[in-house]
Design a protein around this ligand. Structure first.
Ligand SMILES: [Zn+2]
Length: 148
């Protein structure tokens, strides 16, 4: 599991708990390089949430990638990481309850934007300005890095 902030690949688990229905385990991790904290989920017997991209290809939802994108959009904005983490929790839960197993990258992006707008206007504008053209999160994040 790579650190979403610095990409280092070793972290330690600082907290771990099961969801109420026991279908997933939530782990808080701390990066051994930069000390950044992030959350990972391990789900049991659940189909992964799939993202359908503009070019028609489908890839599994990658929480770390999205967090890295948000973290980049929120650079120097003093937004607590936990807030970004929580935003992703909420988006993922909404996506799962509304779309079940597959969501288009556009719908996913719209859900992120809606919540980001309430959280921080500057991060919202950064995210929105790049998001409209992006094909996948890797490309999107590298675009965001350019406009810092
Ligand atoms: Zn790190």
């Amino acid at each position: 599991m790579r650190c979403p902030y610095c990409n280092y690949d070793e972290s330690k688990v600082i907290d771990s708990r099961s969801s109420e229905d026991g279908s997933s385990i939530r782990r808080r991790r701390e990066c051994l390089s930069c000390g950044g904290r992030f959350t990972t989920y391990e789900r049991r017997e659940e189909t992964p949430l799939l993202i359908k991209k503009k070019d028609g290809t489908v890839e599994p939802f990658d929480r770390g990638k999205l967090l890295h994108g948000l973290f980049t959009a929120a650079a120097k904005r003093d937004i607590p990481i936990d807030e970004l983490d929580l935003l992703i929790d909420n988006v993922e839960n909404d996506a799962r309850s509304k779309y079940r197993t597959e969501i288009s990258s556009k719908d996913l992006g719209d859900m992120v934007l809606k919540r980001l707008k309430d959280l921080d206007k500057v991060a919202y504008i950064r995210f929105a300005s790049v998001y409209k053209d992006f094909k996948d999160l890797d490309e999107f994040t590298s675009e965001l890095e350019k406009i810092q």
